[in-house]
Design a protein around this ligand. Structure first.
Ligand SMILES: *Cc1c(COP(=O)(O)O)cnc(C)c1O
Length: 364
């Protein structure tokens, strides 16, 4: 059988290894000059026009961003249920309640109508997820937020470089979080980057990251240790120089799949949206699980299900309030992410097309 095609493949080169070695030789491993440089370079690279703060994971970034934005026990934050659990976890860890709203079929992001229907007098914010690398409808969510005096927080974990109407994701909300986990579009090993709209929130994220201190032993608030190490920042700085070429490859791979797949619904791209294809997600309306199994067993091709169990069905959140979530339920049943990562060869892409088309035809 042909070689296994993995669903994701982090790319680490000699430049990353040399950068890590440089930090190890310096003897200064914890947060220092590499982190500082990485924060500035990240903000510049993605043209965010605002400050960035590096932390030890995307989840930490989301948690600290929410704390710094004043989200607290008794508050509600509207989130999608069709996302990774970190989105709702970070809200719940502040003491606030995540309230789930439905998604739209045309971008897998929060539905503005469903969000508006979920607003109560406790609602303080809306946290859209730019799922799979496609920007959510942040423009419409910002309008709703303005009308109800709410904040918008972006989960941009999967969307480095994506944009909506020419504006980069991460530059819309009060803060945004980018994940730097190995399978994301770029990595620092583990890590997260928080972009912040205002200087006071930025200062608070920096305080919470470091035990509540800006100056040693002048603790101002209760804080955590969520610092990024210079070792990780050094990896991230190198990856920043490569991410645009990888994104272009993802987009080219997606264009090939769009043009050649039949029998499955290919991922939509809304007008004005730049999709960075963290995942290339198709819909398989009948027996998605059997389809994925056959792809693996008969064709040696990996795929991913993001997310088969929506958050409102996860044990910690079963009692959370939410309206009907029909598009969430349907997506959880139908979605299958095919390999789209930049390491795919033309031969790999052709194998994926042949396999998916054959299985779709057999199932039809
Ligand atoms: C990966 C991810 C996170 C969390 O990021 P970590 O760096 O793994 O903590 C949050 N939200 C979404 C949508 C993600 O995909």
């Amino acid at each position: 059988m042909s070689d296994f095609i993995p669903p994701a493949k982090p790319i680490i080169g000699d430049e990353e290894r040399e950068a890590v070695d440089r930090v190890l030789r310096s003897g200064m491993l914890a947060q220092g000059p590499e982190v500082k440089a990485f924060e500035q370079e990240f903000a510049d690279h993605f043209k965010l026009g605002r400050a960035c703060v590096a932390v030890n994971s995307g989840t930490s970034g989301q948690h600290l961003g929410l704390l710094a934005s004043g989200v607290k026990a008794g508050d509600e934050v509207i989130v999608p249920s069709f996302t990774f659990a970190a989105t709702a976890n970070s809200v719940a860890l502040t003491g606030a309640a995540p309230v789930f709203a439905d998604i739209d079929a045309d971008d897998f992001g929060l539905s503005p109508e469903s969000v508006e229907a979920a607003i109560t007098e406790r609602t303080v914010g809306i946290m859209p997820v730019h799922l799979y690398g496609h920007p959510a409808k942040v423009d419409r969510l910002l309008e709703i937020a303005a009308r109800h005096d709410l904040q918008v927080f972006e989960d941009a974990a999967q969307a480095h470089g994506a944009s909506l109407n020419g504006q980069p994701v991460g530059a819309f909300g009060s803060f945004a979080m980018f994940s730097l986990y190995p399978t994301k579009n770029m990595t620092s090993g583990e890590g997260g980057m928080v972009s912040v709209a205002n200087a006071e929130v930025e200062r608070l994220v920096r305080l919470y990251r470091n035990q509540g201190m800006e100056k040693q032993y002048h603790n101002e608030v209760v804080g955590l240790n969520n610092r990024m190490t210079d070792i990780h920042a050094a990896i991230g700085r190198v990856q920043l120089t490569k991410v645009d070429a990888w994104t272009k490859r993802r987009q080219e791979n997606a264009a090939f799949l769009d043009a050649n797949l039949t029998g499955v619904t290919t991922p939509p791209v809304r007008e004005g949206a730049v999709h960075v294809y963290h995942q290339y997600t198709v819909r398989v309306p009948e027996d998605r699980d059997g389809f994925a199994q056959a792809l693996r067993d008969e064709y040696n091709i990996g795929s991913g299900m993001f997310y088969p169990v929506p958050n409102h069905r996860l044990k910690p959140f079963v009692s959370a309030s939410h309206p009907e979530l029909p598009e969430t339920e349907r997506a959880a049943r139908e979605c299958l992410s095919l390999p789209v990562h930049p390491s795919l060869s033309q031969d790999d892409l052709e194998r994926i097309v042949t396999a998916v088309n054959a299985l779709a035809e057999a199932g039809a």
